[in-house]
Design a protein around this ligand. Structure first.
Ligand code: MF3
Ligand code: CO
Length: 251
């Protein structure tokens, strides 16, 4: 069942996502060679709590941290660790969730550490562009799978592949609400989008093949072929006037 939010509720979700985006900026600023992914997690949790928020991931199905820090071939859900130090040339996905006044914000970015290989930079750029293109389809009357179609076509035109096993989602009082948001087409299917629906759109794009393998920790999802993967995520509301990317200062 899809849950539509009122304008007042969307305003709360905008604030939750604004705190999250501010947190991600702090984390990205601190992500330098020699810094551990655990230190990034501390920074994030401290900032979220200092501003009246609660980390949304911590304790979710037993997840142990505030952030997911997904380095290189890790697609998503990498667990921060004191022994994992970032190195120049790495790419790291930083995914966070914030609960504020009863609503959840969910967003992610992927950043390079120091100078990265041209192909790694291109992967990040294309994945971010997939998300930006997808946002344009978050409009009343648009069909749900139009989002996945544009993500897939942009990723594959660049020679990359779309992860199938993991998807985006509706979001609100719960982190995961209906519907599932696939990152592949065909378009023109699924429910029509309606004002008040909020979608967490999160393309996960692999440099090589689409296959995923899961570590024994039950969380870490990595590319089967060991090649790089990138991930960007926004929480986006459908409004009468089109897409509202929550927490980034628009509308
Ligand atoms: N953005 C991810 C998701 O929507 C992050 C969840 S990590 C978890 O599923 F640990 F909270 F599951
Ligand atoms: Co999400």
């Amino acid at each position: 069942m899809m849950i539509l939010k009122t304008p007042d509720e969307l305003a709360v979700m905008d604030r939750a996502n604004a705190l999250l985006h501010e947190t991600l900026r702090i984390v990205v600023e601190a992500a330098k060679p020699g810094v551990s992914t655990w230190e990034l997690d501390r920074l994030a949790e401290d900032h979220i709590r200092a501003h009246g928020g609660v980390p949304a991931f911590k304790g979710y199905r037993g997840y142990p941290a505030t952030l997911c820090t997904s380095v290189n071939d890790v697609i998503v859900h990498g667990i921060p660790s004191k022994t994992q130090l970032l190195r120049a040339g790495d790419i790291v996905g930083v995914d966070g969730g914030v609960v504020l006044d009863g609503f959840v914000g969910d967003a992610a970015v992927t950043v390079g550490i120091g100078e990265v290989a041209p192909e790694a930079a291109r992967l990040m750029q294309v994945t971010k562009r997939c998300l930006e293109l997808a946002v344009e389809f978050v409009r009343p009357g648009q069909r749900l799978t139009d989002i996945g179609e544009v993500i897939q076509s942009h990723a594959e035109a660049a020679g990359f592949s779309v992860v199938r096993e993991l998807v985006g989602h509706g979001i609100g009082r719960a982190m995961h609400e209906d519907p599932q948001v696939f990152n592949y087409g065909p378009g023109g299917r699924g429910p029509e989008l309606r004002p008040g629906l909020v979608l967490a759109i999160e393309p996960m794009i692999n440099a090589g093949k689409a296959g995923v393998s899961f570590d024994d920790d039950g969380w870490t999802a990595r590319t089967e072929d060991g090649k790089l993967s990138a991930h960007f995520e926004y929480s986006v509301a459908v409004t009468e006037n089109g897409p509202w990317v929550l927490g980034v200062g628009g509308r």
